[in-house]
Design a binder for this molecule. Sequence first.
Ligand code: FES
Ligand code: FES
Length: 166
Amino acid sequence: MSKRNVSMTVNGKSVSAEVEPRTLLIHYLREHLNLTGSHIGCDTSHCGACTVDLDGKSVKACTVFAVQAEGAEVLTIEGMAAGDGALHPLQEAFREMHGLQCGYCTPGMIIRAHRLLQETPNPSEAEIRIGISGNLCRCTGYQNIVKAIQYAAAKINGVEYKEAAE
Ligand code: FES
Ligand code: FES
């Protein structure tokens, strides 16, 4: 099959690669750019492990062709930490609040939570649960993921995190 040059900005860097038109964005990222933080967890567009930010929207990168992202701005988990390696508040929050076990869902979950907090800086628990409903976690039971997102929201908003009474 003939290949096409596909260019975009990923984590602030201009990138391009020759790919077949059928190449999915998740394969472009993982196989052509070596950005393996975004995972593949299903064949059915269900799990959200592949979630990336595409022009300010959360998308499942297994549902988008790379050619559709031509010229786009993409953020993956590799772009979350600061240049000096300092963790993003969401990364720190997942660590502090034990928001992961095996970690397979975590990159997609953090990228999704990032967009959620951009859109809703101070979300309620219900808004968080709805906001991450496209991302499956098979380990944690979600409780600590919700707490991690609340913790990150507090940190980003400069307020003290208070754990809700059980
Ligand atoms: S790999 Fe499961 S939704 Fe994309
Ligand atoms: S931590 Fe294992 S799938 Fe979420």
